[in-house]
Design a protein around this ligand. Structure first.
Ligand SMILES: *[C@@H]1O[C@H](CO)[C@@H](O)[C@H](O)[C@H]1NC(C)=O
Ligand SMILES: *[C@@H]1O[C@H](CO)[C@@H](O)[C@H](O)[C@H]1NC(C)=O
Ligand SMILES: *[C@@H]1O[C@H](CO)[C@@H](O)[C@H](O)[C@H]1NC(C)=O
Ligand SMILES: *[C@@H]1O[C@H](CO)[C@@H](O)[C@H](O)[C@H]1NC(C)=O
Ligand SMILES: *[C@@H]1O[C@H](CO)[C@@H](O)[C@H](O)[C@H]1NC(C)=O
Ligand SMILES: *[C@@H]1O[C@H](CO)[C@@H](O)[C@H](O)[C@H]1NC(C)=O
Ligand SMILES: *[C@@H]1O[C@H](CO)[C@@H](O)[C@H](O)[C@H]1NC(C)=O
Ligand SMILES: *[C@@H]1O[C@H](CO)[C@@H](O)[C@H](O)[C@H]1NC(C)=O
Ligand SMILES: *[C@@H]1O[C@H](CO)[C@@H](O)[C@H](O)[C@H]1NC(C)=O
Ligand SMILES: *[C@@H]1O[C@H](CO)[C@@H](O)[C@H](O)[C@H]1NC(C)=O
Length: 505
């Protein structure tokens, strides 16, 4: 790859975006109403379909607010829904003599509240006082500017977990029939609940609470694909539950092939029919291909092709949003020992250091992305290493975490950032495609309390009952739980992307 075709490192890209954003901010008030023109700029494929939908609530503003029951008398205004009195949202409800609008993204903390006229007079006063409406609109625009600016500048992954039992969990445990038993901890008898009520609070901003309906509207007509290992399956299931919870007719959310268990196949796809949207999973734990090498005497030997990207890649390269991951499988015996396992072309390495093998594999992946993914059509994300918390052993040797019910508080107990993730960061920086890196390692490292542990199964077998400690899962996450937060960050990324496209017109 020639130097000149290389992109700036991710951090520079972020800076550039911020400057560009500040510039665009100046023109925001001019361009704002262009957003509602019937012919959006066709050169911006992202979310244009969303702006061409007919309902007034498809305005940019409605995406930042709860879709509350409308009492407003201004149906022609694209802002009408946002001024409505809230009767059914997830925050404290306003009282009957006060209308409030709720700035969802800030959640509870910095919630903006504009008291207006009381309920009985709202009809008259809203129409009689256009001046007031203008002020409210201006206020909201201002709030959105402030929010988007704070998100743009924010490192989402530097922060802490704070208790928030008003807004979390995003869905009730047991309410999502689609969750694999493996993640369905409360149903499996987990007695403590606090692990579901933590919000991730970045230092520099507050993450918008994920509003499923808003997110569905952002994703209308799109394909969102997860590619990776079972931790990405964990995140995939979380997103399905969050979004399904926001769909009125749940019968119109289904797996394309009617599957109800999510292990053993190479891919799965959940269709959200009313939104013409699918959220898919492609199993590819290494992102490169598992292979069989024919030994001279006729037997076969398992190898890993560091030079070939995963098999299904052709099936998802056109997706609108692709979230990759790999990590845990590089800690298993075969990979970490690396003896007669790694293969390039017809060459099988007698021995290869796992970090070097990882670098080769990720480089193969990155070249494939640069060559096959159209970055102006598809948004590419990579989720980093999710921490596990086995103590007293490993995943296959009696490691446990079942007594953990609170997160790590003291940072000195956090582990070192994995060298593999440093390798990954370096590869990402050299890519032509701008890949959004979800740097979840540290945020998950705090959460020793979030794993299924022994609550990974409803009924332990008699073997498992004899030594439950042999069967703990301290790698994956209970749902509701930590992966919901990753999806909340994905939501924030989508909002930013939409806002950015909006302001490029
Ligand atoms: C907003 O909520 C109302 C009432 O629930 C519903 O009729 C309308 O379709 C919703 N709008 C959107 C965009 O979801
Ligand atoms: C509701 O309105 C009453 C009277 O205006 C006021 O005293 C009270 O504090 C309000 N309650 C809330 C929760 O805003
Ligand atoms: C509510 O509006 C009615 C009618 O305009 C008015 O008589 C009443 O005083 C108002 N109440 C409050 C609390 O503002
Ligand atoms: C509305 O805006 C105008 C002009 O900026 C200002 O003079 C007026 O005081 C505002 N009214 C309210 C209620 O904020
Ligand atoms: C949300 O607001 C309520 C009432 O203002 C407050 O009691 C509660 O502590 C707030 N929660 C958070 C997480 O800020
Ligand atoms: C569904 O979305 C696809 C793009 O992903 C589009 O080609 C197709 O026309 C849409 N179908 C409907 C019924 O909107
Ligand atoms: C074939 O060779 C492999 C290693 O080269 C060895 O492990 C295996 O036992 C051999 N099988 C037979 C049937 O000789
Ligand atoms: C990439 O996608 C954009 C937007 O969909 C499209 O206009 C462009 O032609 C595509 N480029 C290639 C090389 O396919
Ligand atoms: C990711 O987070 C780690 C801390 O866990 C930090 O050391 C590293 O620099 C971060 N990477 C990026 C690209 O921000
Ligand atoms: C667990 O065992 C009970 C009693 O044996 C049985 O009724 C239940 O269906 C089992 N649950 C699962 C998920 O296997």
């Amino acid at each position: 790859m020639a130097e000149s075709t290389k992109h700036a490192p991710n951090s520079d890209i972020k800076t550039t975006k911020t400057i560009a954003y500040a510039f665009m901010l100046v023109f925001f008030s001019i361009t704002l109403f262009l957003a509602f023109s019937p012919s959006p700029n066709p050169s911006s494929p992202w979310f244009t379909n969303f702006f061409t939908t007919k309902t007034s609530s498809s305005s940019i503003f409605s995406f930042f607010f709860h879709n509350t029951t409308t009492t407003s008398s201004l149906p022609s205004s694209p802002f009408s829904n946002t001024f409505s009195r809230s009767t059914n949202n997830n925050f404290h409800s306003s009282n009957s003599s006060t209308k409030t609008f709720k700035l969802t993204p800030y959640g509870n903390k910095t919630q903006a509240s504009v008291p207006t006229t009381n309920k009985t007079s709202s009809h008259v006063s809203d129409e009689a006082k256009p001046q007031k409406k203008t002020n409210q609109t201006a206020n909201m625009k201002q709030e959105i500017h402030i929010m988007m600016e704070s998100l743009k500048k924010c490192d989402f992954f530097d922060g802490k977990w704070v208790k928030d039992d008003q807004s979390y969990p995003l869905y009730q445990p047991g309410s999502c029939s689609l969750i694999d038993e493996q993640f369905n901890c409360i149903n499996n008898g987990r007695p403590d609940h606090d692990f579901q009520k933590l919000k991730w609070k970045p230092k520099g901003c507050s993450l918008p609470r994920l509003d499923g309906q808003r997110m569905l509207n952002l994703l209308r007509g799109k394909r969102l694909v997860f590619v990776g290992d079972s931790i990405n399956r964990n995140m995939w299931e979380s997103l399905i539950c969050i979004l399904r919870n926001s769909v009125k007719d749940k019968g119109k959310v289904f797996e394309a092939n009617g599957r109800v268990h999510f292990k053993g196949e190479t891919s799965y796809s959940f269709i959200f029919k009313d939104y013409n949207f699918s959220v898919e999973l492609f199993v590819s734990p290494f992102l490169v291909q598992e292979w069989e090498f024919l030994v001279k005497n006729g037997t076969k030997k398992e190898t890993l092709r560091l030079d070939l990207v995963g098999k299904s890649s052709d099936q998802y390269k056109d997706a609108d949003i692709i979230i990759f991951n790999t990590g845990h499988w590089w800690t298993h015996d075969k990979t970490s020992k690396g003896k007669d396992y790694y293969q390039e072309g017809s060459h099988v390495y007698n021995e290869l250091n796992v970090l070097e093998a990882f670098r080769k594999a990720i480089t193969t992946w990155s070249r494939w992305v640069d060559a096959n993914i159209n970055a102006s059509k598809s948004m590419v994300l990579f989720r980093g290493y999710s921490s596990s918390h086995f103590s007293g052993g490993q995943w296959n040797s009696g490691g446990q975490c079942d007594s953990e019910i609170v997160p790590i508080k003291n940072k000195k107990y956090l582990r070192q950032y994995p060298p593999k993730m440093r390798v990954l960061e370096k590869v990402l920086k050299n890519m032509k495609t701008c890949v959004t890196y979800l740097n979840v390692t540290k945020m998950t490292d705090f959460r020793k309390d979030g794993h299924p542990s022994i609550y990974r199964k409803h009924n332990l077998s008699s073997d498992e009952r004899k030594s439950p400690l042999m069967y703990q899962d301290c790698s994956h996450w209970c749902l509701p739980g930590v992966p919901d937060t990753w999806n909340e960050i994905l939501y924030a990324e989508l909002l930013m992307k939409q806002y950015q496209n909006q302001n490029q017109h």
